[in-house]
Design a protein around this ligand. Structure first.
Ligand SMILES: [Zn+2]
Length: 309
């Protein structure tokens, strides 16, 4: 489908969904909104002048305000991130990622995954940042770290903190979330991922998605992917993922810093997958809305929302 046609059909579906869903509202119908970021790269503050189109955008305080507004308007919300929280500003050099993760907890993130840059100071420093977030005294619970393609047998301290998936229950919608990371080769120095073996993300996802669908009985499967949007060399990426692993409803992407205005719909064996990514640096907040009835997606739409003052 042409992108323009797809976008038009998305907004039509979103409008149309308002009417029939009212009729089927009840225990078997539900809605869920996914809010998401990727590659925030220690951008605690908004971008300053001289940054072209992104000048004056972003900032974690503004992101917090936007998320709070949306949560007050919507019943069922998940706030997710696709990795590469670390590296990019003096805040990272000073606080080694502890500040980023602590602020993410204060904003109310539910889960993230790990990108290559999250290993920039090695596994030990990554664990210290995770622990500082977990130990923070705050009303929001610690958020989850999701990944199913890192074999952490040689790094149990990280392995115990990485979960293959998370299941969250909302009225009328049971959501399963998992995550995959990009290959370390050429991106992460061997000493910085000591004890961790990267595995094929498609093959790692297949049993997890199957388990989420068949055993955990989720209605919606979400993948936090740090693979990149469109790797033209044929390597693993978000556009190819739905065709390789059936049964994924949403891919929240990262790594390639791709600015999309709205999710792209990709056909797969069991229907369609919304693939989305919102640039980098917290410039935009992604939003995807799903309306479900009797465990099936009836309408889906989304958009990137600029994070501005
Ligand atoms: Zn990356």
């Amino acid at each position: 489908m042409e992108r323009r046609t797809f976008l038009a059909s998305l907004s039509a579906a979103a409008v149309a969904s308002q009417v029939p869903l009212k009729a089927v509202d009840g225990p078997a119908a539900g809605r869920i909104t996914l809010l998401h970021t990727n590659d925030t790269h220690s951008r605690i503050e908004p971008f300053g002048p001289g940054n072209g189109a992104i000048s004056g955008k972003g900032g974690m305080a503004r992101r917090a305000t936007l998320v709070k507004q949306l949560r007050s308007q919507l019943d069922s919300v998940l706030l997710l991130d696709a990795g590469d929280t670390f590296q990019g500003t003096p805040y990272f050099n000073r606080y080694k990622g502890r500040l980023d993760y602590q602020l993410m907890r204060m904003i109310g993130y539910d889960a993230t995954t790990l990108g290559n840059h999250d290993f920039d100071n090695g596994v030990g420093m990554l664990i210290e940042a995770i622990e500082s977030m977990e130990q923070l005294k705050h009303r929001n619970p610690p958020f989850a770290f999701l990944n199913c393609n890192f074999d952490c047998k040689g790094a149990p301290a990280l392995g115990t903190r990485l979960r293959p998936y998370l299941v969250r229950e909302f009225p009328g919608v049971r959501v399963g979330i998992t995550g995959v990371g990009v290959a370390f080769a050429g991106l992460v120095a061997p000493k910085n991922h000591e004890g961790i073996t990267w595995k094929d993300p498609y093959e790692s996802l297949k049993p997890v998605v199957k388990r989420l669908r068949e055993i955990e009985k989720v209605d919606l499967v979400v993948v936090l992917s740090h693979l990149g949007y469109d790797n033209r060399d044929g390597a693993y990426d978000d556009l190819r993922l739905p065709g390789q692993v059936a049964g994924i409803d949403a891919v929240i992407g990262g790594h390639s810093h791709t600015f999309l205005d709205a999710p792209v719909k990709v056909k797969q064996a069991l229907g369609e997958t919304l693939v989305f990514q919102v640039g980098f640096g917290g410039v935009n907040l992604g939003r995807m809305d799903f309306a479900l009835a009797r465990g099936a997606v009836k309408a889906a739409s989304g958009a990137a929302m600029p994070v501005v003052g």
